[in-house]
Design a protein around this ligand. Structure first.
Ligand SMILES: [Zn+2]
Length: 520
């Protein structure tokens, strides 16, 4: 009797361990095929994989991702076939589409992604977050477009291959994996696959060869007059400048630029962008004009900001990253510091002149002061990020101002020898050496304030975590700039904003100071 009692649990443990062990060692096969692109029916997709070993497999795309809600309704006519092409009975509920299968049996999921219609500026959700299937082109992000087995975890290895040659040739397709319409089997983490971009069909694709890697530029739905040559030149210069700053290279990076309509009333020219696996994508007015000084500057800034996320956010990662709900609590850093370094890199690369750098600086101070609830701390503002535009502004602008306060304090304390560049590069280097390295707000604040006088460190910590008014003072940028107080409201983008008199500090060049004295 004792033998049986002791033996039984061991056998049970072994039986549970065996399939886990084999699942851990053998990658999950996923073969994606884009089969047909049709104006009426949208994009037909098939995805071949392996059924779960417990005989029950649930498939789903991410119903909610970024600001997209209800993405599941974009998936139409889903069916699942076994190896012989026989359709299995599918049960659909909130968890996705579920079938019964022989353990480990090959399964093929077939579905359509419904036509998206044209992209509209200022509409919710952001166009590039949802699958775009329109006018002979497709623009897909794994999160919302791929229906995958829900049993697979983000860290699981996938043996991934794709073939889009039925809808585009190699000259008209690119993805996070490189240029071209097909990919031979490649090991990739599931989280990486979900965060990948696929663009193809009626697009203009150029592949730029640079000394530190290839860059793909995929334009879709842009007006015929769009200056592609100027855009390619800016992409090359901005990405090169950012790579030089981080002393890094990347074998491949894809930039998607998608044209949209409808921003006229609200004056929106850029709808928003999103950083992805070796890619970022954005949508703008289809007639975006790079011959216009302001529009060109804004596009350069967007490229620099988004590409900087490859290091701030993708290389140096937050411990709360991946949790859409909590992640914004760290945005004072991943967004605010990205704002700071994007303008810095552009200025150093000669892509922003000193007047543009000063405008960018003043605008961010002003925008911070236009936020009513500046007393919201990092967590409270972060938790409101997706629902409250004020909270979004607050985190971006506060982080930017905090970066300046830290930069000034560190430089003062070291006679100009050490500033925020050195702090950030050290953090990034550590993250590159230790891929599992993660930072939280406490660790970030400790790293940034190390070397600051205690009083400055306390100001920084309080401003970041608890909020409050800008810590910058009028004399902080002497002898290049002097601060002055806005007397009667403030102008931004040609609009007048009421701010309480005497509350907003702005800066102007000191008479006699050289034009490039303020370097950002
Ligand atoms: Zn950003």
């Amino acid at each position: 009797m004792p033998r049986r009692l002791c033996g039984l649990p061991i056998l049970v443990v072994l039986a549970v361990l065996a399939p886990l062990a084999s699942a851990a060692t053998s990658p999950i096969p996923i073969a994606l095929r884009l089969e047909r692109l049709d104006a009426e029916r949208g994009l037909s997709v098939s995805l071949r994989t392996r059924g779960d070993s417990d005989g029950r497999t649930t498939f789903a795309n991410e119903d909610q991702w970024a600001d997209v809600r209800d993405a599941r309704r974009l998936i139409r006519d889903l069916r699942v076939e076994d190896e012989s092409g026989r359709a299995l009975s599918v049960n659909q509920d909130v968890s996705g589409w579920t079938v019964r299968n022989a353990p480990g049996q090959p399964l093929t999921v077939r579905y359509r992604i419904a036509p998206s219609g044209p992209s509209v500026l200022g509409a919710e959700p952001m166009a590039v977050h949802r699958p775009i299937v329109h006018a002979g082109m497709l623009h897909l992000v794994g999160h919302t477009a791929l229906v995958l087995p829900t049993s697979a975890r983000g860290s699981d290895t996938i043996a991934f291959e794709f073939d889009a040659r039925a809808v585009a040739d190699d000259a008209h397709f690119a993805s996070s994996f490189g240029p071209g319409a097909h990919l031979a089997t490649t090991p990739v983490q599931l989280a990486t696959l979900r965060n990948s971009l696929f663009v193809g069909g009626a697009i203009h694709l150029s592949t730029l060869d640079t000394p530190d890697g290839k860059i793909g530029v995929a334009l879709s739905a842009m007006a015929p007059g769009f200056d592609r040559r100027a855009f390619d030149a800016d992409v090359r210069a901005v990405l090169g400048g950012v790579r030089a700053f981080y002393r890094d290279s990347q074998p491949w990076f894809l930039i998607g630029l998608h044209g949209a309509t409808g921003g006229e009333e609200k004056g929106i020219r850029i709808g928003g962008g999103t950083g992805l696996q070796r890619a970022f994508t954005t949508y703008v007015a289809a007639d975006y004009d790079l011959r216009d000084h302001d529009e060109r500057g804004l596009m350069r800034w967007l490229l620099a900001h988004e590409y900087s996320h490859q290091w701030i956010g993708q290389t140096l990662r937050l411990s709360i990253q991946g949790d859409d709900r909590k992640e914004p609590r760290g945005y004072w850093f991943t967004e605010g510091f990205t704002e700071f370094f994007a303008v810095r890199v552009l200025t150093r690369a000669g892509l922003f002149d000193s007047a543009q750098a000063l405008d960018a600086f003043n605008e961010r101070i002003l925008r911070y002061n236009l936020v009513k609830r500046r007393g919201l701390g990092a967590d409270a503002a972060g938790d409101r990020f997706w629902s409250d535009p004020d909270a979004e502004q607050l985190l971006y602008r506060r982080g930017y101002l905090a970066a300046w306060q830290a930069e000034l304090s560190l430089r003062r304390a070291s006679d100009g020898r050490r500033g925020l560049d050195e702090v950030l590069r050290a953090l990034i280097l550590k993250a590159r050496k230790q891929p599992a390295y993660r930072v939280d707000n406490t660790a970030l604040i400790a790293a940034i304030t190390a070397g600051m006088p205690a009083g400055d460190a306390a100001v920084f910590r309080r401003f970041v975590l608890d909020g409050g008014d800008s810590p910058l003072r009028a004399a902080d940028f002497a002898p290049c700039l002097s601060g002055y107080v806005q007397r009667d409201g403030a102008m931004l983008d040609g609009r007048r904003f009421d701010v309480a008199p005497g509350t907003v500090l702005q800066y102007r060049r000191v008479d006699g100071a050289k034009a490039d004295c303020f370097k950002h």
